[in-house]
Design a protein around this ligand. Structure first.
Ligand code: IPD
Ligand code: CA
Ligand code: CA
Length: 265
């Protein structure tokens, strides 16, 4: 596990990387398409990732990396120490100056996440968790909400890179959920969605298709804050193989969402 001083160094690094994101947001961004629909990368995704990897190598020289922007080493993921990085989660928000994107750093030992940090530089909010030690927001403990399902705010991801495959199922599923809860939200950053469930701003989150860098850190933070979490088949969020995520503050809400999903899988 990381020592306290290594964790503090990771916090300082992720905050400095946040500065790159906020300083960029007012300026012009060079945007390139990636595979799938509406999937973009900017020079900032690439430079923040390089900055993080460079800094993390100094903090944990033996660590390996699983990172979104072409720096993937999935082999032997279940052995040793691996940082799982999303340099900018919410790139579409970043491009459009929405002010709701985050940097996500998970840390796995022998395939299990043991530490996670998600930083939203626009609100200076640093969510973090250490396995077995609870979850924090800017150093203060956080917990999931105690709202019942009828009053729940459901966050979801619209699987933008796989529209054709999931569009019909997703929006039919949402139409089934919507009348049974308070409201639904599509925020644009899966890592922050998970953290928002962790701190009680939202009551559940799901997305049909995600990658480990989207959920590694946020998933641990939600779990440590008391959320029920799995993939959408109800299996453990086994990394790096899980491709969907569902998470809720209460079993009642989780069971409702999983039950309704039966019709749409
Ligand atoms: C995306 C965001 C978005 C989610 C997508 C993700 P990116 O990450 O988390 O909310 O709907 O599925 O891929 O591409 O901005 O890092
Ligand atoms: Ca992402
Ligand atoms: Ca990203």
């Amino acid at each position: 596990m990381l020592t306290g001083s290594q964790i503090n160094e990771v916090f300082a690094l992720i905050r400095r990387a946040g500065g790159i994101v906020t300083e960029a947001s007012a300026g012009l961004k060079h945007i390139k398409d990636k595979a799938g629909t509406a999937n973009y990368v900017t020079e900032y995704d690439v430079s923040v990732q390089a900055y993080l990897i460079d800094g993390l190598k100094k903090i944990v020289p033996s660590a390996r990396f699983l990172a979104e922007e072409n720096d993937v080493c999935t082999d032997d993921f279940d052995k040793g120490s691996v940082f799982v990085i999303d340099p900018i989660d919410g790139t579409a928000n970043f491009i459009s100056d929405f002010g709701h994107s985050a940097i996500s750093i998970g840390y796995c030992e022998n395939g299990r996440p043991v530490f996670g940090a998600v930083y939203n530089p626009y609100r200076d909010e640093l969510f973090s968790a250490v396995k077995g030690c609870g979850a924090m927001l800017n150093g203060n403990e956080i917990h999931v909400s105690s709202r019942d399902t009828e009053h729940a705010l459901i966050l979801f991801g619209s699987v933008p890179y796989y529209k054709e495959k999931y569009c019909h199922s997703l929006f039919s599923y949402l139409a089934d959920i919507y009348p049974r809860v308070s409201d639904v939200r599509r925020m644009g950053s899966a890592a922050l969605d998970l953290c928002y469930v962790a701190c009680g701003r939202g009551d559940a989150f799901f997305e049909y298709r995600l990658s480990p860098w989207d959920y590694c850190a946020g998933g641990l933070i939600a779990e440590e804050a008391g959320a029920v979490i799995s993939d959408m088949d109800g299996n453990d969020l086994h990394q790096p193989d899980a491709t969907s995520v569902i998470c809720a503050s209460a079993h009642e809400t989780y069971d409702l969402l999983m039950g309704l999903y039966e019709k749409y899988r």
